[in-house]
Design a protein around this ligand. Structure first.
Ligand code: ADP
Ligand code: MG
Length: 604
């Protein structure tokens, strides 16, 4: 038998490796920014075009590379950062695998320019799909510039797999923010299609947080600081009253590397217990420094998980440190004195005046409570649904529709011929129908109604809006502003009117008639969060997510009393929906009980 095993050529091996290292433009951004930091740069520029699909360029003023190193850097397993296996347990750099540049070079066009400080000439190298197409000496400034063009040009399947520019940009912004937060003393700038997204001067952590998340953040921050034998903790949490209905702004860095860790996140959240109402999350920026030996950093390059030797102790220290700081800053009702002595980190309570605890957070706070009573509004006409019906095609609801139309039509005629409705437990609307009784869940039914209305409004663009007497200023962080810009048109179709969208603020001058002014911030925040979490694939599903999010936020809640007219309106509106039997999230909106079933109960 002849031998059949062959060693793969380097460029093929690199392309395979690239599949793991580079999932999207943001992965390239992360690798390049980290290389610049490892090169001790103090100023780093990121330029992208078309969400990184066309160009990702990172320019640094770091130590640069020699001519030989410049060429070697694109070889697989070529790294200056470790020399022997033991170095792995004492890592002080972001990179160490020597894989990133080789992988990126296998799937893109690369132009590298680099120069070391004490040399006159630098090196320029161009690579296309692992092949060096040119190399020359050039005069350039000290540092390195790497431009990555046409990512995945030779892997169409991957290229097609990329999401919309909005989503890919968001991933890039996330990576940029993480790196920029971890290195406040380095100045960073970030341009997208030549528009400046960030320009961050060298600063301290607080200033950097404010520069990234908006100036209003400053007053919200509570500093956290603790040194123990096992971990040093620094950073900030936000005061509980500024907690958000979204999880987005939660940052853990371990030894200056961004990580995600559900267990430690729980430690932080639990330190806030009783200070936050359900569904609200604290914002935090926490830097943990641990001995390099106590963590296993040998993780997959694209992963953000990390393994600690002693997670339980970390959990306890983190939780009590945050509780303590919240107490000191007068925002927590109780101080946590039950710290384990084994942490060996006594607080200097004796030097501090006792503070009378003051609770500033109403745990029963419900932003929807007061305004929504009896404000069932149906401002929209339900004619010409035909244009948007086509939106449902291909959504696999065919079987539903046939089914629900049957129920719908018969039920509708039955309901409308019977006038009386009742509300029970401020939760269900009950009405008698020819065949028996129908119970309608008011919240879920209203979600369905609003969902179809929003979807229709976005699509046929005929929403009604109400002008605000005084334009409303709402601040957001820059990446949220980017997202708002991207969905601005859809928001306008729903009925929002914007005076202007600035760097970290939007000025709203009108809003859909269904929204009460005091809810507006929370509704937009929720909307952005839903869009981020759902990662829509197509523009249709983005509209769908927006409609769902708004419907969920605005629907009459369980517990709201409805007068007779509102009840009837709800019933009538529900049964003129296209798909009345399910909420936009697939929950049953009404149940019927047949007269036969009732009869049966009496016949035993
Ligand atoms: P790693 O970062 O894991 O070492 P990379 O493939 O990212 O692997 O980079 C390979 C090598 O190229 C690095 O070890 C470093 O020596 C060099 N290098 C990469 N980017 C830069 C840069 N911006 N400035 C100086 N040297 C760099
Ligand atoms: Mg690297």
């Amino acid at each position: 038998m002849s031998d059949i095993i062959q060693l793969l050529p380097d460029h093929v091996a690199n392309q395979i490796a690239a599949g793991e290292v580079v999932q999207r433009p943001a992965s390239v951004v992360k690798e390049l920014l980290e290389n610049a930091i490892d090169a001790d740069a103090t100023d780093i520029k990121l330029l992208i075009k078309e969400a990184g699909k066309l160009l990702i360029q990172v320019i640094d003023n770091g130590k640069g590379m020699s001519q030989t190193d410049a060429r070697l850097s694109f070889e697989r397993h070529a790294t200056s950062k470790i020399k022997k296996a033991e170095d792995l347990f004492n890592l002080h750099t972001k990179g160490f695998r020597g894989e990133a540049l080789a992988s990126i070079a296998a799937i893109a066009h690369i132009a590298l320019k680099t120069k070391q400080e004490h040399t006159d000439l630098g090196t320029s190298i161009k690579i296309e799909g692992s092949t060096i197409v040119s190399q020359e000496s050039i005069s350039t400034t000290t540092g390195t510039s790497i431009a990555v063009k046409n990512l995945f040009y030779n892997i169409p399947a991957r290229r097609n797999f990329l999401k919309s520019n909005t989503i890919e940009t968001r991933h890039i912004v996330n990576e940029f923010q993480r790196v920029a937060l971890a290195h406040p003393t380095i100045s960073f700038s970030f341009y997208h299609n030549e528009n400046e997204i960030y320009n961050l001067a060298s600063s301290n952590l607080r200033q950097r947080i404010v520069a990234i998340l908006g100036k209003k953040t400053n007053e919200k921050l509570v500093p956290i600081s603790e040194v123990t034998d096992v971990v040093e903790i620094n950073g900030f949490v936000t005061k509980p009253e500024f907690a958000k209905k979204k999880r987005g702004e939660q940052f853990f860095f371990v030894n200056n590397r961004f990580i995600k860790n559900a267990y430690l996140n729980h430690a932080v959240t639990s330190a806030f217990e009783k200070l936050l109402s359900g569904g609200y999350y604290p914002t935090y920026f926490l830097f943990l420094t641990v001995p390099t030996k106590s963590i296993d950093i040998n993780i997959h390059p694209t992963k953000t998980e990390i393994k600690f030797d002693d997670e339980k102790t970390l959990y306890a220290i983190l939780r009590s440190t945050i509780k303590h700081s919240l107490g000191q800053y007068n925002v927590a009702p109780v101080l946590d004195f039950e710290r384990s002595a084994s942490f060996d980190t006594p607080y200097e309570f004796k030097d501090k005046k006792t503070i009378t605890p003051r609770v500033q957070v109403d745990s029963n706070f419900n932003p929807f409570k007061s305004e929504e009573k009896g404000t069932l509004k149906y401002p929209y006409k339900k004619e010409n649904t035909s244009q948007w019906e086509s939106l449902y095609t291909g959504l696999n609801t065919d079987s539903f529709e046939v089914e629900s139309k049957k129920i719908n039509n018969t039920l509708f005629s039955e309901v409308s011929s019977n006038s009386k409705t009742y509300q029970i437990h401020n939760k269900y609307i009950v009405s008698s129908i020819k065949s028996g009784i129908v119970y309608i869940n008011q919240n879920l039914a209203h979600q369905r109604i609003l969902y179809e209305e929003f979807l229709e409004n976005i699509t046929v663009k005929e929403a009604m809006s109400q002008q605000l007497l005084f334009p409303l200023e709402i601040s957001f962080n820059k990446s949220d502003i980017e997202l708002i810009k991207n969905i601005k048109e859809d928001l306008e179709n729903i009925g929002f009117l914007f005076d202007s969208i600035l760097d970290d603020t939007i000025i709203v001058k009108g809003m859909p008639v269904t929204i009460v002014e005091s809810q507006i911030t929370i509704i937009i925040e929720q909307l952005l969060e839903d869009i981020k979490n759902d990662i829509p694939d197509t523009s249709f599903s983005q509209l769908d997510i927006m409609s769902k999010s708004l419907a969920k936020s605005l629907a009459i809640k369980t517990g709201s009393k409805l007068d007779l007219k509102e009840q009837e309106e709800l019933v009538n509106k529900l049964f003129s929906c296209k798909q009345p039997d399910l909420s936009p999230f697939g929950k049953t909106t009404f149940v019927t009980i047949n007269i036969d079933e009732i009869d049966k109960k009496f016949n035993n």
